[in-house]
Design a protein around this ligand. Structure first.
Ligand SMILES: NC(=O)C1=CN([C@@H]2O[C@H](COP(=O)(O)OP(=O)(O)OC[C@H]3O[C@@H](n4cnc5c(N)ncnc54)[C@H](OP(=O)(O)O)[C@@H]3O)[C@@H](O)[C@H]2O)C=CC1
Ligand SMILES: O=C(O)C1=N[C@H](C(=O)O)C[C@H](O)C1
Length: 260
């Protein structure tokens, strides 16, 4: 049985993950967290499980912490997880390059699964996009990435769109920041052949749509993933928690977890 902690348990993802974990006999939910100034600290989440302000306050040490919060909160949790020897599943997005390096450093001490998207479908999309990019390289195809999310999302572009753009750039032998174009406005001139366009929309309750376009003169190929329920991410995070708890320190992705 995996002793589990869930960060940000009042949030859209945190609450779903914690509630699903309570229904699974493979997990014992030993506590959940919210912001230190939250009115819920000290109160009951469900079935005797308490809200804590940090991992350090837990009465029972968890094996794994699942974190879908904000970059600042995740960085704090990483420090506590390193001190206490707790494995991590990080689904939070919106990290700077410097913050990603901190996660990489921490993975020398504890095992970390870090993925901007825990759904099987998107991880298959990551694979396919790499393959298609290699197949169409130097054949005159423009690559553009579109993403749509709900109006409450704080970071843009989505972590998934950034990862898709990185995969395209890696497979074209480019450095993403040299070729990325984040939206367009004004007299921007003709599209350069090696640009990777990344466009974000926010509306209503869209759970998460991602499309990678490969367009040339006379045709375009569109690879789309649409999430219709957050359960797909939450179930992926729980699979990752079961997988990571007895692993050696290292930085892992859902490719490792799902063996794809
Ligand atoms: N990898 C994946 O598959 C997926 C990743 N995500 C990512 O997960 C993150 C969270 O998304 P979502 O659940 O929609 O966001 P929410 O805003 O609904 O949830 C985040 C929760 O974390 C809480 N929080 C903030 N600071 C702390 C802290 N210091 N300690 C504990 N809790 C804290 C927030 O509290 P408060 O509201 O009071 O600030 C909130 O309850 C985003 O980065 C999102 O992009 C989302 C879906 C799938
Ligand atoms: O904030 C969200 O909701 C989501 N965020 C992730 C991202 O930024 O890629 C994954 C998913 O699309 C939902």
């Amino acid at each position: 049985m995996v002793k589990l902690a869930v960060a940000g348990a009042k949030g859209r993802m945190g609450s779903l993950i914690a509630n699903l974990a309570l229904q699974e006999s493979d997990f014992k939910l030993v506590g959940v967290t919210e912001k230190p100034d939250s009115e819920f600290i000290g109160s009951e989440f469900s079935r005797g499980v308490k809200f804590y302000s940090s991992l350090r306050e837990f009465e029972e040490r968890p094996d794994v912490l699942i974190d879908f919060t904000t970059p600042n909160a995740t960085l704090k949790n990483i420090e506590d997880a390193k001190t206490l020897g707790v494995s991590l599943v990080i689904g939070t997005t919106g990290f700077s390059e410097e913050e990603k390096r901190i996660i990489e450093e921490a993975s020398k001490v504890i095992p970390i699964v870090f993925s901007p998207n825990m759904s099987l479908g998107v991880n298959i999309l990551f694979k396919i996009v790499g393959e298609v990019t290699r197949a169409l390289k130097d054949k005159g195809y423009d690559v553009e990435i579109f993403e749509i999310h709900h109006r409450f999302k704080k970071d843009a572009p989505s972590g998934t769109a950034v990862r898709l753009a990185e995969i395209v750039a890696e497979n074209l032998g480019k450095n993403l920041e040299d070729v990325a174009v984040y939206g367009r406005k004004g007299l921007v001139g003709e599209r350069k052949p090696d640009e990777i366009g990344i466009l974000s929309s926010r509306m209503g309750d869209v759970v998460g749509d991602h499309t990678v376009f490969f367009g040339t003169l006379g045709e375009r190929l569109e690879l789309t993933h649409r999430a219709t329920s957050r359960e797909t991410f939450a179930r992926g995070a729980l699979i990752a928690a079961k997988w990571v708890f007895d692993k050696k320190p290292g930085l892992y992705t859902m490719f490792d977890v799902l063996e794809i």
